[in-house]
Ligand binder design. Sequence first.
Ligand code: C2O
Ligand code: CU
Ligand code: CU
Length: 498
Amino acid sequence: MTGRSAPRHPISRRQALGLLGLGAAAVTAGATGWATLGVSDTTRTASVLPSGEPLGLPPELASRQGQLAVDLTAAPGASLAGRPASAWGYNGSSPGPTLRLRPGDELAVRLRNGLDQPTNLHTHGLRVSPEGNSDNPFIHIAPGETFDYRIAIPDSHPPGTFWYHPHAHGYVADQLLAGLAGALIVDDAPEPAVAAERVLLITDTTLDTGGPAATDPATRMVGRQGELLLLNGQHQPVIPAASGDLQRWRLINATTSRTLNLHLDAHPLTRIAFDGITLPTASGVDTVQLAPGNRADVLVRPDRPGTFPLTASTEPRRAMGMMGGPAVGGETEVLATLTTGGPARAPSALPTFPPGPAPDAGATTGARRLTFTMGMGGGMGPGGTGSGGQGMSFGFDGRAYDPLRTDQTVALGAVEEWTVTNPTPMAHPFHLHVWPFEVLADSAGTPTTGTSQDVVLVPAGGWVRLRIPFTVLPGRSVYHCHIFDHEDAGMMGTIAVS
Ligand code: C2O
Ligand code: CU
Ligand code: CU
């Protein structure tokens, strides 16, 4: 079985990461590298990438007459914050272009692989077929090859914020850390007007300044994180606004490992959508938590001139108690600054956004239980391919990912209750493709949203209970941990709905 899986790390870490060598002139700091992972040193990082520049938006490509036909080339050499860099991007840009579609459209992507390793394309959160040349995670596109995706967006698809990223097992964390991600927006009938709508795609990366390569298995154990937290590829940009403006921010957590708590100084964030689904009621919150893969749409209504930091606190991740290793995360960093001009003005009225589809209310037809596996040693059962480094095993239910094995077989039309348990010492973001779920409860007592989502954080030593309608879109796809070092090491399973 081992022989049939994709080779895990056939090229050197340095080569695979190729992380963002900026031109020599831009690199004024000393060697950084992975030894300082988890340490927030803003004075050093600020000297490497400029901060305080106006926020830019990724280029946008919108569908016309029912189709968005786009050529995307995944390749190194993408610019970063307007500087030539060796980030990996789509069409020379990291993040890649924002793809804007409408329900009923066809997304036709010709993806060219300009990397030296396999890649592919996943449309995270879209309720589209996983079959053939649609959102099929089992496709691997070899270096130098192109592949034509044809993804039909159903007429009934809810409008919202989604995203795309590579999904070639064994390579995803490296490719995401190097910059391959983009926003994907589904637009519907006119929504309330806003003064500004901004895609805010969050990634993290580490500048390659000659530091040691990221081969440390203990760091992979908790999931690598880049030293620099970036917003649309920029370090601490300025988001301009006028008092009284109504801004809609489409926040996307495209980091490989970080669960982020976002907070805007002196302003509530009015949460209107989560994971692309408009909530039944908007609510002002102090903090929005996004696990890797999650999105939130928030309204921001500044009412006075000033400078207000948008901060991101990274939840600590520890694999302690099990096999030791570093504790990573825990830092609070400035992601951007909202700078408001003009005289103080009353905040704009809160508009009403048409609520997204309610979760399927049909009777539950079945239940199953899934358990995260993370442990010492290579003994993962017959699959046995889950070793992401010396002495680590990642999977579900004691087995590492095997693309040729089907782990869950579900009848089309079923509505299932899944209990996902996590006996490991760290939280894992659970993600299921194609079929969004309603979170019924979790062991931490987190209030539920009453809407569907596609990533949920499963607390360490805890569980979540999900309700999943498998009523549409037959096909075979995957579920996995959205900490991609874990997924690449085997924490992924397959599901067939027929
Ligand atoms: Cu965003 Cu299978 O992933
Ligand atoms: Cu996904
Ligand atoms: Cu995980």
